[in-house]
Structure formats: C-alpha cells, structure tokens
Write a protein that binds this ligand. Structure first.
Ligand SMILES: *Cc1c(COP(=O)(O)O)cnc(C)c1O
Length: 414
C-alpha cells in the first residue's frame, strides 16, 4: 500500500515536471522546508549512521549546546528533540505548577498550549497585532490576573514582535515571567541582541520547516543561572530517542538533501523517495492534535543529530542573510500588488523564516494563482488559531483575521 502511494507520488511529480518543462517554468518550485540542508549535512548524517556504537555519547551534544549559546549571545543553552520539548523544559525550570495561569498568543501551534496542558497549567489566549503577528500588549494586559505566572511571547515568521519592550516591561511590572517562543526567529535581532535574550527563558526550533534544521529538534536558552539549573536538570532526566528514531532522523537529513537541494533533484528526488519514504517522520502526531502527550515526548538531542545542528549553525548567518535579501524582493512584489507588508520594528533585524502577507480570504483558500503569478507555492501558517487543529478562539479578532488571510512566501528559493 505504501509502495503504491509512493509510486503515485512519483508519477504525479514527473507529470508536473513535464508540464513545467513544456511551459518553460522551473522544474523544482522552492520548498518551505529543509532548504538549509546541503551535501555536507547529508555526509555528516551518513557518517553517523555508520557509527552506531557512539550514539550514546554526549560530548558533541554538549559542544552543540555551547556553540548555540555562544552564537546566540546567551549564558546557557540545552538541546532537546523539539522546540516543544525545550518549552516543557522551560516550564519545569520556571517552576510553573498545576493551577497556574499563562497567557499565550491566540495564533500559535497546538504543541505550545499542549506543553502547558501536560502540566495542568491553564492557558489564556491573548489577541495578536497585525503588524508583526506578535501578542498585542493591551490584550495581554487585559488577561492578567492574580493567578498569571508567565506570558509567552513570540516572534512569528522571524519578525521581531512589535510590542517586545512593552511586553517585557509589563511582565516586570507585574512580577511575572516571560517565555520567548523563538521557533521562527533564530538569529533575529533587536537592538543588536538576538531575540530570546530579553525574557527569562527562550526556546528555538530546528524542526524541518524552521530557520535551521535537524529535522526535529529544539534548544532552550537563558541568561539566568538559576533557570539554567532547572533546564539542565530536565535535560539530565530526558531519555535519548530510540535507535529506530535516530536512524529515521538521520535518513531524513539525507533524504531532504536529495529532495530539496541536490542539483538534479528533478529526478533524484524520486530516487530518494523510493529509498527514504519509509523513514518519513511526522512533526505533530495525532495524539498531539488531541492534546495527548506522546510516549516518546521529552527526549534530549542525541550526539549524531547535534553534529548536524553544529554544522547548520556554521551556515545560519549566511542563510539568514539570503532570507533577508529575498524578503526585499517580496517587499517589492507587495508594493506592486498592494498587499499589506509586515512591519519591521525600529531597531530590529528580522530573519524572515517566511514572508507573511495578508490577502483576500478566497486567495488563501486556493493557492494555485501564486504558482502561476509568482512561481512559488506559499505557506498557509496558520490555518487555525492553534495550528493545525481546527477551531476558532473567542476574543481574538486579529488572530482570526490572520487565520483567514495570512499566507507566507518562502525566503530561500535555492
Ligand atoms: C514549530 C513551532 C514550535 C515548536 O517547535 P518544534 O521544534 O516543532 O517542537 C513552537 N512555536 C511555533 C510558533 C512554531 O512554529
């Protein structure tokens, strides 16, 4: 059955190739995932697949954590199997408990509220603003009560959120903690400092659709020694992924190279499909969609993937610069088309994981026009308030509008 599906996908892909060649269009539309995986990353993954005896070692995982902290300008960093797990570590490190309340933007991924719900922490949703899709400080303020222990702020699409300073000041004033969700914004700067360094604790993602990638993965960082101790203790207790999962993750690194970056990917992609389809991993499981904690949730990063992460960090600044250049192209397109551009906050340097624009709702429902007019397939982050789980949140009108109208263009085209 799986094989049949694979063959169908290959057939469809080659039919598209023919059509594109016929119409003089490029054979491979840019991908929204794994565009930072190059041959060197695939070779590192190949190497670690042959060194299974060393998969338990932790030295290089520590090297990755240290290098991330250094590069990010943070005192401490700890690596996990997911940004969501890094968030769980942050929740542990802040000492949040059952019955506490946190405020989360009502425009996020389901795995974010899940991390709180696993600990029976109550989540209240604040609305976002439509300049940078960050939490709106007035909306956050209106939701604070005596049980509120933390605010989660995010820097979506790689944009530094508009109310960054106001939110940090508000939290200080009220004596509550700030968690920064930097899953889209690894390397974005505000006043010369990487985002994530102003709140109490931050998390980053190296999932395959993010700024840099280890297929799945995440980092938690802090500048507080006390919070670092909490993150470290969570990481100490965290198990490594199973042998099967590590194998699949490494195979996905290699497969992604053939699929998205190999110079002859118009057919190598299908060769890779035959070889790697059986290792495909899904980012958010059916259990997580229902708010259930998967059995393997909470793992730390194994040395083999950390080696890929370390290599990704060597290239991250270069790729982020490319993303910024592509963003200025999209800016020009927006000016021409009259679409609402995102706002670049004064003093900020975004990284543009994707370039978000607001279009008419009908245009979001059927994206074929974009391939025709712009030669790309846009992303649809987010398709719901708690992406990708259907459902609408009350009292979040801006978030609801973004769900209906925000599409996002790729920032790496090759
Ligand atoms: C991807 C994402 C996360 C979670 O990161 P994972 O590495 O996938 O666990 C959290 N917040 C936002 C906004 C994300 O897009």
């Amino acid at each position: 059955m799986n094989m049949l599906r694979t063959m169908r996908r290959i057939g469809g892909h080659q039919k598209n190739n023919l059509m594109n060649a016929f119409k003089g269009r490029p054979l491979d539309a840019p991908s929204l995932v794994a565009m930072t995986i190059d041959l060197d990353d695939a070779e590192i993954a190949e190497g670690w697949l042959r060194r299974e005896n060393f998969w338990q070692e932790s030295a290089m995982a520590a090297e990755y954590e240290n290098e991330f902290a250094r590069w990010n300008g943070s005192s401490h960093a700890y690596a996990f199997m997911g940004g969501r797990v890094a968030l769980s570590a942050a929740i542990h490190a802040l000492g949040l408990r059952a019955g506490d309340e946190v405020i989360v933007p009502g425009y996020t991924c389901i795995v974010v509220p899940n991390a709180f719900k696993y600990e029976k922490i109550n989540v209240r949703y604040a609305d976002i603003e439509l300049d940078t899709y960050g939490p709106d400080v007035q909306s956050v303020k209106a939701r604070i009560n005596e049980k509120t222990k933390a605010i989660l702020i995010h820097h979506l699409y790689g944009l530094v959120c508009r109310d960054y300073e106001a939110l940090i000041d508000l939290a200080k004033d009220k004596g509550i903690k700030v968690i920064e969700d930097c899953a889209h914004a690894t390397g974005a700067k505000y006043k010369g400092v990487n985002v994530g360094n102003r709140g109490d604790v931050a998390f980053y993602s190296s999932e395959q659709s993010k700024i840099f990638t280890t297929i799945q993965g995440g980092v938690a960082s802090t500048n507080s020694d006390e919070i670092a101790e909490g993150l470290r203790s969570y990481r100490e207790k965290a198990p490594l992924p199973s042998r099967e999962r590590i194998t699949a993750l490494l195979k996905n690194v290699i497969g992604s190279y053939y699929q998205f970056k190999h110079p002859r990917r118009w057919y190598m992609r299908d060769v890779a499909e035959l070889k790697y389809a059986k290792y495909r991993l899904i980012s958010t499981t059916d259990e997580e969609m229902k708010g259930i904690r998967p059995s393997f949730y909470g793992e730390r990063m194994p040395v083999s993937l950390a080696a890929v992460g370390l290599n990704q960090l060597r290239k991250i600044d270069q790729y982020n610069e490319k993303r910024r250049e592509q963003a200025s192209e999209w800016e020009r397109v927006c000016d021409k088309k009259g679409w609402k551009k995102p706002v670049v906050v004064a003093g900020s340097k975004p990284v543009y994981l994707r370039y978000p624009v607001l279009v008419e709702p009908e245009k979001k429902k059927d994206l074929l026009w974009a391939a025709r007019e712009l030669g790309v397939s846009p992303g649809v982050w987010f398709v719901s308030n708690l992406h990708p789980v259907p459902g609408v949140l009350a009292d979040c009108p801006n978030a609801n509008l973004a769900v209906e109208r925000c599409i996002n263009f790729p920032s790496l085209l090759n």
